[in-house]
Design a binder for this molecule. Structure first.
Ligand SMILES: [Zn+2]
Length: 342
């Protein structure tokens, strides 16, 4: 079984004591690629660094809705090597510039980089998405934080479009707000190519990169589009309603990220959704160190990618498919969304 963990936070300090062993365990469980998800300035850097230290890892960069209020503030300890990190961006506009800079560094050739950034960016071409971003009114009060969360999400929509990267969307107690945002936010039409095509060295990159297949997108219409504007992504850790699942898959062509929640006894609605939504819209994730699946949770306090076979088995059961067949579809979907080459 080949598995891609499309959403994990392995830079968290809860992995500091046994990170390498954990990587080894998950590889033995069949995890062939992992996407390290950034939540703010420093964790985005940590995600990129981890991706450059491990050939089978990739990263996304972005700001989580609950971290928007902390932009520019001293951060809590998140990852080894970044203990003394001081944030650069003081507001959402500066963070947009910071993230854009990271993407351009990631897409530049190593020789063009400073020594310091070479440490983080390695061979480059590791940033495969924007986020996690979205709305969360479970941890933050809507009255106080709706406006800044919306501003941060709008900023990340812009980056996703400009750099042709998929969005990793987080939503908690905010499904109405998210649907409303998608319905009302105008997307910049991308006529005459986009930044990805304009990058110097873009065309010869495809010959060098073992990971990203850019040819597929350049030659055909992107699989996911909305009018003339491209926008693709995943609703991570999906736990919304059937109506919402249909809206995001059918109308916006988004994927649903399915994690440990599907194994919980109470998750009847989610299992109904997974049974109903076509398999081509599903990808699998852990959100490690959080949201352990049912069996894994009995023995481990912390989730990790090694638990993914349990989640895939449950998805396969719900869809009435064989586990291997299911795993193959999930792997292909993940490669399609994040443009990961086989
Ligand atoms: Zn997450």
């Amino acid at each position: 079984m080949k598995i891609i963990d499309t959403h994990t936070h392995d830079y968290f300090s809860s992995f500091d004591d046994d990170r390498e062993e954990m990587f080894q365990r998950s590889r033995e469980a069949g995890v062939v690629a992992k996407i390290q998800i950034g939540c703010d300035e420093v964790s985005s850097l940590a995600a990129v660094k981890l991706a450059n230290e491990n050939e089978d890892f990739f990263a996304t960069i972005g700001v989580h809705p609950n971290d928007v209020k902390n932009i520019g503030k001293e951060v809590e300890y998140r990852s080894k090597g970044f203990e003394d990190y001081q944030p650069v961006a003081k507001n959402i506009a500066e963070l947009e510039t910071f993230f854009a800079n990271l993407i351009e560094q990631d897409r530049s050739t190593p020789a063009d980089r400073s020594t310091k950034s070479r440490e983080i960016f390695g061979g480059g071409r590791k940033i495969v998405g924007i986020g996690e971003c979205g709305f969360d009114f479970y941890h933050d009060k809507k009255e106080d934080f709706y406006d800044i969360q919306k501003e941060a999400l709008t900023m990340q929509f812009r980056l996703a479009q400009k750099y042709d990267l998929p969005l990793v969307i987080h939503t908690r107690e905010a499904n109405e707000e998210l649907m409303d945002f998608f319905a009302t936010t105008p997307l910049t039409p991308l006529s005459g190519g986009n930044e990805r095509e304009k990058f110097a060295g873009f065309s010869d990159f495809e010959n060098k990169s073992p990971h990203l297949s850019v040819v597929a997108l350049a030659k055909t219409e992107p699989p996911l589009s909305r009018g003339s504007s491209k926008l693709r992504g995943v609703i991570h850790c999906f736990s919304g309603t059937m109506e919402m699942a249909k809206l995001f898959t059918e109308k916006y062509g988004f994927y649903l990220g399915i994690g440990g929640i599907i194994t919980y006894n109470k998750s009847t609605e989610l299992r109904e959704i997974v049974a109903e939504i076509p398999a081509k819209f599903l990808i699998v994730e852990t959100d490690a160190p959080f949201l352990s699946p049912h069996q894994w949770r009995k023995k481990n306090s912390r989730n990790e990618s090694t638990s993914l076979p349990e989640i895939i088995a449950k998805i396969a059961e719900v869809k009435g498919m064989g586990e291997l067949e299911m795993a193959e579809i999930l792997e292909k979907n993940s490669r399609d969304l994040f443009l990961l080459k086989k």
